[in-house]
Design a protein around this ligand. Structure first.
Ligand SMILES: *Cc1c(COP(=O)(O)O)cnc(C)c1O
Length: 428
């Protein structure tokens, strides 16, 4: 199986090359040439076995093929439970049981395993440069921490991530360094992009990214959709529908991959915060990226969803894409109200991102929709304690892995939002 670029100007590319490159040379995103049908059923197996079955056809020609089972066992070493909520046919797909308590752990760990497997042992260490507004940086740091041959440099906007998120970026040490940049997320991203396109710098200091558009992050995420839908189908004989809290559309695109491989997935519904580029488009307007707005669900503060190109590639015409899914936007006031009512209404305490999905579920139920729906829980509420705890009126205990990282000291170096400073830091 080869991989194509969404922009169509890159020849069909083998998986190992597409994984290492991240972005296609024409600036597009890699997509598989086709969607292999999966042998049914996957239901009885564990999440790691499902991941291996789902990913195998894509890795047929990869040098990682024989080690793929082991890679999946290490990357998918914690479960993604599908829990019933208070009302019949309401489900929660919990993706927050990894080391940094957000769904990005699965893909970051898979990517780290894959890049380590593809690495030329004699080459100098690679620096993974990651600009982050919170959760990505922590997941990538955890995945590459103490991994021989890799260093991680995190750039995050000083004062614009939650205190716990800042701790999760600065608590690693060893081969992981965090820089708190005097600027916003866009400034961090500009600095990272500039370094990644600085050939003279890269000749002296090999660099790589771990961006959400990387194929090595997209494909593994399909595994938890396959696993949840497979188990649900085995018990109920019905496809499961998903509500996916969405920013860059990375997680949601993986749901489409699983669906297109023939897994028993019904509808995939997108839920955004007040950044309403997608709701506008699915409401009938032309696609138009918007300036980013800060919201309570900060990991979804995206005005130009980078994976939209993939949806466009899979559903060529607007009418086709609008028939395939739709997107609902949820504002901060509604997030607050949903978190406050969730313990009573659903029997859980949600993070602000998950609350957005719950609100969309409530709307569907109010409209009389009786299908089984799973809301994707993208992060543990304890990660957003400063928002959630005052609303539910009690403390929310962090899960063990998050508690362990909170117990470690954290530090980050201050840096001006200035490319010369970053370049010096990388060469120093
Ligand atoms: C990254 C993130 C999202 C958004 O995921 P996308 O793949 O960018 O759509 C939602 N919730 C949380 C907690 C996240 O960390």
């Amino acid at each position: 199986m080869n991989f194509l670029s969404t922009r169509g100007q890159t020849p069909p590319t083998a998986i190992d090359r597409a994984l290492s490159a991240g972005l296609a040379p024409d600036g597009g995103l890699y997509v598989p040439e086709g969607f292999p049908a999966l042998p049914q059923p996957l239901a009885a197996e564990g999440l790691d076995a499902t991941a291996h079955a789902l990913l195998s056809p894509y890795f047929e020609d990869s040098s990682l093929r024989d080690g793929l089972r082991e890679i999946c066992a290490r990357a998918f070493s914690f479960d993604a439970p599908l829990r019933p909520l208070s009302q019949a046919d309401d489900w929660l797909l919990e993706l927050f049981h990894g080391p940094t308590a957000a769904f990005k752990d699965y893909a970051a760990r898979f990517l780290a395993e894959a890049l380590a497997g593809l690495r030329d042992e004699s080459a100098p260490p690679t620096t993974i440069l990651v600009a982050t507004s919170g959760d990505t940086g922590a997941a990538v740091a955890a995945a590459f921490h103490r991994r021989p041959g890799f260093e991680v440099l995190i750039l995050y906007p000083d004062g614009r991530v939650s205190p716990r998120q800042a701790h999760g970026l600065g608590c690693w040490g060893d081969n992981v360094q965090a820089l708190r940049v005097d600027g916003d997320f866009d400034a961090c991203q500009r600095l990272a992009k500039q370094a990644l396109s600085d050939e003279a710098l890269r000749a002296q200091r090999p660099l790589s990214s771990a961006n959400s558009i990387s194929l090595g992050r997209l494909l593994p995420q399909a595994a938890y959709y396959a696993h949840a839908a497979g188990r649900h189908y085995a018990q109920r004989g019905e496809p499961l529908n998903f509500i996916v809290p969405t920013g860059n559309l990375g997680n949601a695109c993986a749901a489409f991959v699983a669906k297109r491989m023939g897994l028993p997935i019904g509808e995939i519904r997108l839920a955004t915060n007040a950044n309403d580029t997608l709701p506008r488009y699915f409401g009938g307007a032309d696609y138009l990226a918007q300036p980013t707005r800060a919201t309570l669900a900060n990991a979804m503060d995206v005005g130009a969803p980078s994976n939209f190109e993939r949806l466009r590639h899979w559903y060529r015409h607007d009418a086709e894409l609008r028939a395939a899914t739709r997107a609902d936007g949820v504002d901060d006031a509604t997030i607050v109200e949903t978190i406050r009512a969730a313990p009573q209404r659903h029997g859980i305490v949600p993070c602000p991102h998950t609350a957005i999905g719950l609100h969309v579920l409530e709307t569907l139920r109010a409209q009389g929709d009786e299908r089984p729906w799973a809301v994707v829980a993208t992060a543990h509420p304890a990660k957003f304690d400063s928002i959630v705890e005052p609303l539910v009126g009690h403390t929310v205990e962090p899960p063990p892995a998050l508690a362990a990282s909170l117990a470690r000291p954290a530090s980050a170096e201050a840096m001006a939002a200035d490319y010369a400073a970053l370049r010096e830091r990388l060469l120093g």
